[in-house]
Design a protein around this ligand. Structure first.
Ligand code: CAA
Length: 260
């Protein structure tokens, strides 16, 4: 697929998707969402890609939300299709067996915050701004904000953000657990790449099982979730990487993981 609205690069096993509609502050229209979905599919199927970074072009925006120009005249049934495309794409990011880092370089509003919420880890520039301003447009979040935001920062804080539409800066986002780490703007991408390369060097099957256990255990009763964890952990014991990891520990050397 030829991409018009995103840049897609791969370097040292780390893929980067850069949202690239700077004139619209990287707002997500359905074409951009389809391109993101395609890029995620490539990352899933290419064994040479071990991790993915999502970021925005320019210094102003990660993603300033779903594209209001495209949405404004849609009828409810058309909005269902628009939002479902977003949900399917974000779920494919959340559940992909490889780690995904959001490198939030500026405005992450509405759908922008929601895209970051589907990523495993959020790094932010000191200039990043988060918010769910949909209420100010007479709507509510439609790409998982009412669900993932509450799971990540808690019901009270999620309701505060969603009902007020207020924006918060990177420091506040860090304080409430919305972002994992905050960096000076020029350090954001190098730090995201460094961390992505670190995760790319981890035993891939264990990464996959960790994500699976966390993602799918969350909605289960605790006993069932713990059972899922046991099964995921046990599966790791059929890999070469488990044998190598434990052998290397006992031999007091660095493991040489092969991804098998
Ligand atoms: N959709 C379409 N265009 C957008 C956009 C969006 N979400 N956000 C910004 N733009 C466009 C602006 O219309 C403007 O275009 P023109 O130059 O053609 O006028 C351009 O980007 C620059 O924006 P501003 O002039 O507004 O820049 P600013 O510095 O004054 O403000 C901002 C920046 C605070 C991010 C402001 O643009 C803004 O509030 N954007 C909308 C944020 C928003 O409401 N997002 C939620 C969308 S709904 C949603 O996401 C639903 C969902 O859950 C999926």
């Amino acid at each position: 697929m030829d991409y018009k609205n995103i840049l897609f690069t791969v370097d040292e096993g780390v893929a980067t998707v850069t949202f690239n509609r700077p004139k619209a502050l990287n707002a997500m229209n359905s074409e951009t969402m389809s391109e993101l979905a395609d890029a995620v599919g490539v990352c899933n199927s290419d064994d040479a890609i071990k991790a993915l970074i999502l970021t925005g072009s320019g210094e102003r925006a990660f993603v300033a939300g779903a594209d209001i120009v495209e949405m404004q005249n849609l009828r409810p049934q058309q909005i269902v299709s628009f939002m479902e495309l977003g949900h399917q794409t974000l779920r494919s990011i959340e559940t992909m067996p490889k780690p995904v880092i959001a490198a939030v370089n500026g405005y992450a509003l509405g759908g922008g915050t929601e895209i970051s919420l589907a990523c495993d880890i959020r790094f932010a520039s000191e200039k990043a701004i988060f918010g769910q301003p949909e209420i100010l447009l007479g709507i509510i979040p439609g790409w998982g904000g009412t669900q993932r935001l509450a799971r990540i920062i808690g019901f009270g804080r999620a309701k505060e953000m969603i009902l007020s539409g207020e924006q918060i800066n990177a420091q506040r986002a860090y304080e409430i657990g919305l972002v994992n780490r905050v960096f000076a703007p020029e350090q954001l991408i190098p730090e995201a790449q460094k961390f992505a390369r670190k995760l790319a060097g981890m035993p891939g099957f264990a990464i996959k099982m960790a994500k699976h256990s966390i993602n799918f255990g969350y909605d289960l009763a605790l006993d069932n979730a713990c059972r899922l964890e046991v099964e995921c952990c046990a599966q790791c014991f059929s890999t070469d990487d488990q044998k190598e990891g434990m052998k290397a520990f006992l031999e007091k050397r660095k493991p040489a993981f092969t991804g098998r």
